[in-house]
Design a protein around this ligand. Structure first.
Ligand SMILES: Nc1nc2c(ncn2[C@@H]2O[C@H](COP(=O)(O)O[C@H]3[C@@H](O)[C@H](n4cnc5c(=O)[nH]c(N)nc54)O[C@@H]3COP(=O)(O)O)[C@@H](O)[C@H]2O)c(=O)[nH]1
Length: 743
C-alpha cells in the first residue's frame, strides 16, 4: 500500500533529513542497528524531492527500524506510523491508526499519558521542538518507557497547518537503571544502618545520614579518613588484624566492635564489611554497614545479669554457679584434676535479720560477699545461692587446699563488721565436697557439699566438714524430720537429759542444764543440734520449749520433794520464745502449775537474742527478772554483744561458749578471751560458767582465772533423769569437795 503521507504529498526526504539534522533518526540508527538505507537517505539534499522510488522506499526502510517514527496532522490524526510505533501504541495496522488521534491509541498507559502527548503535539505544532517521556503499557507486560521527540514539519502544499514529526526510542532499560540507581541512592540515604564506602586505599569516600547520626561525623569530617578512626582506640590490634585477614581471604567480615563516637562516647556497633572487586579482581571499594546495638547489648547484658547474678551482692547466682562448675568439671576432668566445692552458711544471720531488720541483714550479706570475693583467686567462683548461703568453686583444689581456703574464708568472715553503728560478727559453717570422688555431676557435688555443711553446723559453730558417704542429703532428711517433729510431743518422743553444773571452788553441784532429746521409733536419737533449728524455723519451738520448761520444772520439783537440796534448773530459751510477749505469763503459769520456786529456774538466752532489739530485750528481761527467776547468756562470746547493753540487762550469769574452752590449752587467743570474759563479768557483778569442760587442764585454767562454775563431760555427760537422780544423790550425800578436779 502507498503510505498516506506520500499520498498527502509529504516529502520523505525532508522528513528524513529534518530528523537527521536534529540528531534524531541518523544518530539513533547509527547507535542502534545500522540501517544503510536510512543512512543513505539522510545524506540526501532536502529539496527538490530526489527520486520517487527512493521516497517510496522510505516507509519500508523506516519499518525496519527498532525506533518509532510517525507524523500526525495538526489535529493529532496519525498520518504515518512505522511498525515499531504501531507495535508500541498497540495499533493493529496503519489503517486502523490513521483513523484516530494518536493520543487515543490503546498503547498509552493512562489518560495522563494521553494528555501529555496531546499537549506536547500542541507545543510542537506551534513551532517549538518538544521532548517528553511516555509510559506505554503493553498488555500483560512490564511498562515500556519511550522518549518522544516532537517537532513541526511541513505537511506539503495541501495542508494548511504543519504536521508534527514524532520520533521515539525505547528508554526502558535506562529508566530501569535510573530507577535502580535512584532506589539505591534512596536506600543509601534513608537506610537506618550507617553506610560507609571507601576507596581501594581504605579512605572514606562517602557516608550516609545514618552513619553521621550514629558516629557524629559529618560527610566532610569522614571523607578521606580511615574507618579505623571509630575503633582504633578501643579494639586491640589483633582484632584489626583479624578483620583485614578475613577481608583478604573471604572478602567479607562481620562482627561486634566497641566504637567511639566523635564526641568520645563509646558505643557498640554491629559491623558488616564487604570488599568490592573490579572485573580483574582488584579491590576497588570497601562497603561498611554499621548498626548501633548499644541499647540492645545493654538490654541483653541487663537480662543476662538478672538471670545470672544476685541483685543484692552482685555475685553469680545459683544458675551461673552451676554453669561455671560444670565447665570447671569438664575441663579439670579431662586433666584428671579435682574441683572442690565449698558450701557456706552464715550461722547467726537469722538473728541479725530478726533483731536488726532486713536492711541491716542485707548490708551484712553485701559485706560478706565482698570479703569472699576479695579473698579468692580469679579462677575461683563464689556465688550466693540464696538467703545466707554461699558457694565457692575451687578448680584444681585438692582436699588440703580446699580446707585451707575454707579456714581462711571462715576467719575473714568472722572479723567484726560495723553496720549501722552496730558491731556485728558472724561465723560460717562450711561443707566441702570434691569432684570427682564425691560426685560426678554438678547437682550431686553441690548437694553433697550442702549435706556436709549441715553436718558442720551440727558439730558446732564455725566448723568445716568434708562430705563422706553415709551423710544423708539434707533436703530429704529435713522433710522427714519436719513431718515427724510435728507429732513428737503428743507421741511422747521427746525426753530430757540433765547435765550437772558445779561450783568451781567447792565442786558442789549447784544446778543442772536440761537438754532436750528426741527418740524417734525409726530415725533413732535425733540431735537437738539438728531438730532445734528446724523447730525454730517452723515455729514448733514454742510448743517444744514450753514442754521442756514444764518437764524440767516438774523434774526439779520432784527431786526436791524427794529430799534433794534445792538446785537451779537451767532451761534453754530460743529467740522465738523470747520474742513472745506472753512469755512471762507462760513461765509464771508453769511455775504455778509445778510448784517450783522461781529462784530454782534459770533461763538461758543466746547472746543474739539478748542484744537483738536491746530496748525490747531490756523490757522482757525486766519482766522475767520480776518473776524472781535467774537469767543467763548462753554461748557468750560468739555473738555481738555490746558492753553498753550488757550492763543494762538483768542477767545473773555469763556462760562462756565451749568453742573458747576447747582449745584453751593450745590457743593463747582463746585463753585471753576467756580471761577477758571472766573479768568483765565480775566487773558487772555477773557470775560465770564455762561449758564444754572436758579435761583437768581446762578446769584448772578456769579455776585459776576465777570462773565460778563448770559444766562438761569432765564431770558428767548429759544423762537421763534416773541416772541424774543417782548422780545427784551420790554427790549431795558426800561432803563438799575442795576441788572440782576431784569430781
Ligand atoms: N532452745 C533449745 N535448745 C536446746 C535445747 N536442748 C538443747 N538445745 C540446744 O541444742 C544444741 C545441741 O545441744 P546438745 O547436743 O544437747 O549439746 C549440749 C551438750 O550436750 C554439749 N556438751 C556439754 N558438755 C560438753 C562437753 O564437755 N563437750 C562437748 N563437746 N559437748 C558438751 O554442749 C551443748 C550445750 O548446749 P548449751 O549449753 O545450750 O550451749 C545446743 O545449742 C543446745 O543449746 C532445748 O531444750 N531448747
Amino acid at each position: 500500500a502507498t503510505p498516506m503521507a506520500a499520498q498527502q504529498g509529504l516529502p520523505w526526504t525532508t522528513i528524513l533529513l529534518l530528523m537527521a539534522a536534529a540528531g534524531g533518526v541518523g544518530a539513533w540508527l547509527s547507535r542502534g542497528r545500522r540501517d544503510p538505507a536510512a543512512q543513505h537517505l539522510s545524506d540526501l539534499a532536502p529539496e527538490p524531492f530526489a527520486s520517487l522510488p527512493m521516497a517510496q522506499a522510505a516507509p519500508t526502510m523506516l519499518d525496519q527500524s527498532s525506533q518509532m517514527f510517525g507524523w500526525v496532522d495538526g489535529d493529532g490524526i496519525v498520518l504515518h506510523m512505522n511498525r515499531t510505533g504501531l507495535l508500541w501504541l498497540q495499533s493493529e495496522d496503519l489503517l486502523q491508526a490513521q483513523m484516530q488521534a494518536i493520543w487515543t491509541l490503546p498503547g498509552l498507559a493512562s489518560g495522563e499519558q494521553a494528555d501529555a502527548l496531546k499537549a506536547a503535539i500542541d507545543v510542537a505544532r506551534g513551532g517549538q521542538a518538544k521532548r517528553i517521556e511516555l509510559k506505554l503499557a503493553p498488555p500483560q507486560q512490564d511498562p515500556r518507557y519511550v522518549e518522544i521527540h516532537l517537532r513541526a514539519v511541513n505537511c506539503g502544499s495541501t495542508s494548511t497547518s504543519p504536521c508534527v514529526l514524532i520520533e521515539g526510542r525505547d528508554v526502558t532499560l535506562r529508566r530501569q537503571t535510573e530507577d535502580k540507581l535512584m532506589l539505591a541512592a534512596t536506600v543509601f540515604e534513608q537506610a537506618r544502618e550507617g553506610i560507609m564506602i571507601t576507596d581501594a586505599k581504605g579512605e572514606i569516600l562517602s557516608i550516609n545520614q545514618a552513619f553521621s547520626d550514629i558516629t557524629g561525623y559529618s560527610p566532610e569530617d569522614a571523607q578521606g579518613q580511615y574507618p579505623g578512626l571509630l575503633t582504633q582506640a578501643l579494639e586491640r590490634p589483633q582484632v584489626h588484624r583479624r578483620i583485614r585477614s578475613a577481608l583478604e581471604r573471604k572478602g567479607h567480615w562481620q562482627g561486634e566492635l566497641r566504637s567511639l563516637r566523635r564526641n568520645g562516647e563509646v558505643f557498640t556497633a554491629w559491623v558488616s564489611l564487604t570488599r568490592r572487586l573490579s572485573a580483574d579482581g582488584q579491590p576497588t571499594h570497601l562497603i561498611g554497614i554499621i548498626n548501633d546495638i548499644t541499647r540492645s547489648r545493654e538490654a541483653e547484658l541487663k537480662l543476662h545479669r538478672q538471670a545470672h547474678y544476685d541483685p543484692l551482692t552482685d555475685l553469680p547466682n545459683r544458675r551461673l554457679f552451676e554453669q561455671r562448675l560444670q565447665l570447671a568439671m569438664q575441663k579439670r576432668g579431662r586433666d584428671a584434676e579435682p574441683v572442690s566445692v565449698l558450701f557456706m552458711d552464715l550461722n547467726q544471720f537469722r538473728d541479725i535479720n530478726d533483731n536488726f531488720g532486713h536492711r541491716t541483714g542485707d548490708a551484712v550479706l553485701v559485706e560478706m560477699a565482698h570479703r569472699l570475693r576479695e579473698d579468692l583467686r580469679e579462677a575461683d567462683v563464689v556465688a550466693r545461692l540464696g538467703g545466707d548461703e554461699f558457694a565457692v568453686c575451687l578448680p584444681g583444689a585438692h582436699a588440703q587446699a580446699a580446707h585451707q581456703v575454707a579456714l581462711k574464708l571462715q576467719e575473714r568472715l568472722a572479723q567484726p563488721c560495723m553496720i549501722d553503728s552496730h558491731e556485728l560478727s558472724l561465723t560460717a559453717s562450711v561443707g566441702i565436697a570434691i569432684f570427682p570422688d564425691d560426685g560426678d555431676s554438678v547437682e550431686l557435688i553441690t548437694r553433697n557439699a550442702e549435706t556436709a555443711m549441715y553436718r558442720a553446723k551440727q558439730e558446732g559453730r564455725a566448723s568445716t566438714c568434708f562430705f563422706t558417704e553415709g551423710m544423708q542429703p539434707r533436703s530429704v532428711r529435713h522433710l522427714q524430720l519436719e513431718a515427724h517433729l510435728r507429732r513428737a510431743i503428743e507421741r511422747d518422743e521427746l525426753l530430757l537429759h540433765y547435765q550437772p553444773q558445779l561450783d568451781t571452788a567447792t565442786g558442789r553441784v549447784v544446778g543442772l542444764e536440761a537438754l532436750v532429746r528426741w527418740r524417734h521409733p525409726e530415725l533413732g536419737m535425733v540431735s537437738p543440734g539438728e531438730f532445734i533449728p528446724l523447730a525454730e524455723h517452723n515455729g514448733q519451738i514454742v510448743a517444744i520449749g514450753e514442754w521442756v520448761m514444764r518437764t524440767a520444772a516438774q523434774q526439779m520439783k520432784s527431786w526436791m520433794n524427794q529430799g534433794l537440796p534445792p538446785l537451779v534448773m537451767a532451761v534453754n530459751l530460743s529467740a522465738v520464745q523470747f520474742r513472745d510477749p506472753t512469755l512471762p505469763e507462760r513461765v509464771q503459769a508453769i511455775l504455778n502449775e509445778t510448784g517450783l520456786p522461781a529462784c530454782n529456774l534459770e533461763l538461758e538466752l543466746t547472746e543474739s537474742v539478748a542484744t537483738g532489739n536491746p530496748t525490747a530485750a531490756i523490757v522482757m528481761m525486766d519482766r522475767l527478772h520480776a518473776l524472781g527467776l535467774r537469767l543467763s547468756i548462753d554461748d557468750f562470746g560468739t555473738g555481738y554483744s555490746s558492753l553498753n547493753y550488757l550492763k543494762r540487762f538483768r542477767i545473773d550469769t555469763l556462760k562462756i561458749d565451749q568453742s573458747f574452752v576447747r582449745d584453751i590449752h593450745s590457743d593463747p587467743d582463746d585463753r585471753a578471751i576467756v580471761q577477758a570474759i571472766i573479768q568483765m563479768a565480775h566487773a558487772l557483778n555477773l557470775t560465770t560458767i564455762a561449758e564444754g569442760v572436758e579435761t583437768d587442764e581446762q578446769a584448772d585454767f578456769l579455776r585459776a582465772n576465777g570462773c565460778d562454775m563448770l559444766q562438761g563431760y569432765r564431770f558428767c555427760r548429759p544423762i537421763e533423769p534416773q541416772a541424774a537422780l543417782l548422780w545427784l544423790q551420790e554427790r549431795t550425800a558426800q561432803p563438799p569437795l575442795a576441788s572440782a578436779a576431784a569430781a
